[in-house]
Design a protein around this ligand. Structure first.
Ligand code: NAD
Ligand code: UDP
Ligand code: UDP
Length: 340
């Protein structure tokens, strides 16, 4: 981190300890790829609040300009429509690389190109401008895990030729590229393995389970439970994730780090929480499950706790109502943009 002289006081960062009196961190220039998406736009809010100059690059494949409307007039903010599959020339200090078609409604070849070529381009950019690079990888790198909970040292159980491989294997290649640029070219990198995350601004109809159940219950449609509903996931509220990503970027450890909430729920339990939050009479409808669906997933977050001083603080029952009010407004409200 660079520092500039500041007349008053001292500044304390989470990792690295106390900075000498009279110094404060110089505001950073930060690139967020995929910054118009769900997680990216919340990250941008935090970076802007910190006083950084932020450039968002997004092709609006799943992201929305509305998620960033509230920054568009700020001179420290810039939004560029661009596909990371094409080379990019900007000058920044840090790159948060989130761009990825993250929804399960698949477009396999585009997924691959974004994960592989897009990540390569952003690493090439980091190399040229000597920026620190953070990859948002995923718990999907563990596949249908044979170890439970999943620790970062577990190598995973992924079908290389299955229907969801483009996402899982794409992210695995992205991790490999990231480590190769780090080891071979000395690029400063960070890797986060993100577990299922929910919150305001999630895509309404992208097929993920929390957004599906919430939208269905609000529309008085049955919640679609795939398979027998006994498969598990661990759901993290978006503000916890953003805090973890920023600590990882500012900290001194490469990772990978699991970032997730260890609270584990079956899909039937999740449906019950949605019923309790929205409508006790919401119905459940069973549907055949998708191929290669992981049976269970729960992060071991000991490493992030110890080295980043991070742990999630928002439970599913606390976080879900915040998402529900955003969805309610987007589905039935006056279409005002959510800035929560
Ligand atoms: P999202 O779909 O809301 O955001 C992804 C953003 O990337 C979108 O704005 C999309 O338009 C943009 N994008 C996609 N392809 C692009 C391309 N080729 N060039 C430029 N922009 C492109 O998804 P999200 O949930 O915010 O996910 C953000 C990141 O976190 C992704 O890398 C995802 O894989 C990772 N992640 C998310 C979760 C989760 O539960 N939300 C879990 C694990 C990992
Ligand atoms: N790249 C980019 N912006 C830059 C520098 C590189 O998008 O500022 C892309 C470049 O087009 C290349 C990729 O990053 O495809 C990898 O770059 P690197 O320099 O590592 O590899 P090389 O170009 O030597 O193959
Ligand atoms: N799922 C479900 N109903 C839905 C959407 C998903 O029961 O309407 C299940 C899906 O089969 C999986 C779990 O919810 O077991 C999580 O799915 P999601 O796509 O949200 O996340 P991922 O599988 O990537 O963890």
């Amino acid at each position: 981190i660079a520092y500039e002289v500041h007349a008053k006081g001292s500044y304390n960062i989470n990792i690295g300890g106390k900075i000498p009196l009279g110094l404060k961190p110089k505001s950073q220039r930060v690139l967020v790829t995929g910054g118009a998406g769900f997680v990216g736009s919340h990250l941008v809010d935090r970076l802007m609040a910190r006083g950084d100059s932020v450039i968002v690059v997004d092709n609006f494949f799943t992201g929305r300009k509305e998620n960033l409307f509230h920054h568009l007039r700020n001179p420290k903010f810039e939004l560029i429509r661009h596909d990371v599959v094409e080379p990019l020339l900007v000058e920044v200090d840090q790159i948060y690389h989130l761009a990825c078609p993250a929804s399960p409604i698949l477009n396999e070849i585009r997924d691959h190109k974004t994960n592989v070529v897009g990540t390569l381009n952003m690493l090439g950019l980091a190399k040229r401008i000597n920026a620190r690079f953070l990859l948002t990888s995923t718990s999907e790198v563990y596949g249908d895990p044979l170890e439970h909970p999943q620790v970062e040292t577990y190598w995973g159980n992924v079908n290389p030729i299955g229907v969801r491989s483009c996402y899982d294997e794409g992210k695995r290649v992205a991790e490999t590229l990231t480590m190769d640029y780090h080891r071979g070219l000395n690029i400063e990198v960070r890797i986060a393995r993100i577990f299922n995350t929910y919150g305001p601004r999630m895509c309404l109809d992208d097929g993920r389970v929390v957004s599906n159940f919430v939208a269905q219950a609000l529309r008085k449609e049955p919640m679609t439970v795939y398979g027998d509903g006994r498969q598990t996931r661990s759901f993290q509220y978006v503000s916890d994730l953003v805090e973890g990503l920023m600590r990882l970027m500012e900290g001194e450890y490469v990772g990978p780090f699991n970032l997730g909430n260890p609270g584990e729920f079956t899909m039937l339990e999740l449906a019950r929480v949605v019923q309790d939050t929205i409508d006790p009479n919401a119905k459940i409808e069973f549907r055949p499950n998708t191929e290669d669906d992981p049976h269970k997933r729960k992060p071991d977050i000991s490493k992030a706790k110890e080295l980043l001083g991070w742990k999630p603080s928002v439970s599913l029952r606390e976080g879900l109502p915040l998402m529900v009010s955003d969805f309610r407004q987007r589905l039935f409200g006056d279409q005002k943009d959510s800035t929560t």
